[in-house]
Design a protein around this ligand. Structure first.
Ligand code: G6P
Length: 614
């Protein structure tokens, strides 16, 4: 997500903060800012690149031997000077990564006590709450602890206060924070690269930790205020490794970030208790949703695969016919559209020209537009009636991974919402679906444990010329996505197929040189599901022709494991959510094949992250 750096020492630190933020630039950001403390607080912020902030700093020359800095990737509120961090109120300045779920409630409560807000962000709440809590006395860290207790959500937080000179207080929940230890100076940052030029001795904070950092001392405590110890680690990563948080490639890092990204996508939106879904940025109501005759989804690449899964989710849960088309096809086929339709565009970047063109066409013909995208303020989000952000954070690897799984999370939320508004889902049914969704980040984390067996399979078949991916039902788009990932980064020819179509063509390709990756998870519960039984047949057909079968199956399924040449287990969940788990081994397979072949994993030849041409 966004980048954070903080310093306490004896040097003037504006340049040091900028230098630290520059080391985090590669992650993408839309604005930046610093707060410096020497007597009083000075906050300087600028939209756009760091050079804009540097120009302002050169002009204003603020002083401070204690400071915090931030590069922002917008989540709440457009990119602007006002929404850039740090946010300040009554002598308190804060920078924050993460999302506060109950910020609207807190904002209303604070406004009721006369607080005025100067930004659209959720973060500003922290400055107000901490300033209020400081009035009860005690050290700054105690005020931060009390403030944080009132907040639900994820945060990596750094705080300065005019009433606590020479101190930075930090707090962590879900978003990373690392303390760097120096001589007569200390650092706190979201990521190691920001401080690597100054120290290699670090402490990684853990969930619920608070750190009180001065130039001489770092004191750690927990939510109850008890002192705690964390090990000091020596970092021997190179600067390049540090950018990837110790991972060899951004793609690998992003595959491993998926549980957190999914948590951010579903957090605050799904209420398991009531079965309700609250989609901030979408004002769909029962009258409109009940009058809908059809939904059209447009997308490209990986987002198109997410849309194909989304179609199944919406049709099954909300009983509305859904058509999915490629952005590059839809806009040129004189589509049949009217006011009774909703057009959904799915796009990580929100800038893909074909998707944007199709979306504009649908809206121009009267459809209401809903964008599912990851980049706040993108062209798509600006032109849409409703926007559902995925909150995956910046995705740097060209091959999309966490964007896909968060798109599926967002589409599932939308499907439940539509089902509730159309009354095709009872409260109990919705509660059960949302319970499955809430359990998913932990299951995704568990799925990642398959990596060693996937890596072995990847190394064994990394010399293949072609590879076939087969799936049925919601697993068919996963087969398409798995094949796309493999061809994108390893340059092996790969095809994804609906397993039932194999007999109409691809079966002719199968011989002993052809790895066939079969997605064969079974439904939870006593019945394994019709798709499962049929895909077992397809698996055996492939084997009978000498194909080398790599099976992705449910844990404990000895039947599939016994038939396959390599077997990869995933946990069970609701069939409509299974693609979020089953895609993970396909991502890892593509990654390890490509890594073994030595291709440029993060920047494959001829491909771009955001395709803004036709
Ligand atoms: C490019 C990227 C893909 C992405 C596709 C659609 O081809 O390399 O990873 O899926 O564009 O991008 P979007 O930003 O619209 O999701």
């Amino acid at each position: 997500m966004c980048g954070i750096v903080g310093y306490v020492g004896n040097e003037q630190c504006a340049d040091l903060l900028i230098e630290g933020l520059r080391k985090l630039e590669y992650r993408g950001y839309d604005s930046a800012g610093v707060a410096l403390l020497e007597g009083s607080l000075v906050v300087v912020r600028a939209k756009g690149k760091l050079k804009n902030l540097e120009e302002k700093l050169r002009a204003e020359k603020p002083r401070g031997t204690c400071g915090i800095g931030h590069t922002r990737w917008a989540t709440h509120g457009k990119p602007s000077d006002e929404n850039a961090h740090p946010h300040q109120y009554a002598g308190v300045a804060v920078v924050h990564n993460g999302i506060i779920e109950n910020h609207l409630e807190l904002k209303a409560e604070l406004a009721g006590r006369g607080h005025k807000f100067s930004s659209e962000t959720d973060t500003e709440i922290f400055a107000h709450l901490i300033a209020e809590e400081e009035k009860s006395g005690g050290p700054l860290v105690a005020a931060v602890r009390r403030a944080v207790a009132r907040v639900r959500g994820t945060y990596a937080l750094e705080v300065l206060s005019e009433r606590s000179p020479g101190t930075v207080v930090a707090a962590k929940n879900a978003s990373p924070l690392v303390v760097g230890l120096g001589k007569g100076e200390n650092f706190v940052a979201s990521d190691v690269p920001a401080i690597l030029a100054h120290t290699r001795s670090v402490i990684f904070l853990e969930e619920g930790d608070f750190a009180e950092v001065t130039n001489e001392k770092v004191s750690l405590s927990n939510a109850s205020g008890e002192s705690i110890e964390r090990p000091v680690r020596h970092i021997d990563w190179s600067a390049v490794m540090a950018e990837k948080n110790g991972h060899k490639h951004f793609m690998h890092k992003e595959i491993h970030e998926q549980a957190r990204a999914l948590t951010d996508t579903i957090r605050a939106r799904a209420s398991v208790e009531t079965g309700d879904v609250h989609l901030d940025g979408c004002s769909l109501d029962a009258v409109f949703v009940q009058s809908l005759t059809r939904i059209q989804i447009v997308a490209c690449g990986t987002s198109w695969h997410a849309a194909l899964v989304g179609k199944r989710m919406i049709e099954e849960l909300a009983r509305i016919p859904v058509e999915v088309d490629l952005g590059s096809e839809f806009r040129y086929r004189d589509p049949l559209i009217d006011k009774s339709m909703l057009c959904i565009a799915v796009s990580q970047s929100g800038e893909t020209l074909d998707t944007l063109g199709s979306f504009r066409e649908a809206r121009a013909r009267g459809a209401r537009g809903l964008a599912i995208c990851n980049v706040l303020g993108s062209a798509l989000s600006r032109e849409s009636d409703d926007v559902l952000y995925t909150h995956a954070g910046p995705e740097i690897g060209v091959a999309s991974t966490k964007a896909f799984t968060t798109q599926l999370g967002a589409l599932f939320l939308l499907a439940v919402k539509l089902g509730r508004l159309r009354e095709t889902l009872t409260t109990d049914a919705a509660r059960s679906l949302l319970t499955h969704l809430r359990e998913l980040p932990a299951l995704l984390e568990k799925t990642l444990l398959c990596e060693p067996s996937v890596k072995l399979a990847a190394q064994r078949w990394s010399g293949a010329r072609d590879c076939l991916f087969l799936g049925r039902g919601p697993q068919y788009p996963v087969a398409l996505e798995g094949a796309l990932k493999l061809k994108e980064i390893s340059y092996i020819h790969a095809e994804g197929y609906a397993a039932g179509e194999m007999k109409h063509g691809p079966i002719a390709l199968i011989d002993e040189n052809m790895p066939v990756l079969v997605l064969a998870p079974r439904d939870p519960g006593p019945q394994p599901g019709a798709a499962y039984e049929k895909i077992l047949g397809n698996l055996q057909e492939a084997k009978a022709r000498g194909g080398q079968v790599i099976a992705i199956h449910s844990e404990g399924d000895t039947m599939v494991a016994g038939l396959a040449d390599a077997s990869i287990e995933i946990p069970q969940t609701h069939p409509l959510l299974l693609p979020i788990l089953s895609v993970v081994p396909t991502q890892l397979f593509a990654y390890h094949v490509a890594d073994h072949r030595g291709t440029d994993v993060d920047q494959p030849r001829n491909l771009a992250k955001s395709v803004t041409v036709e």
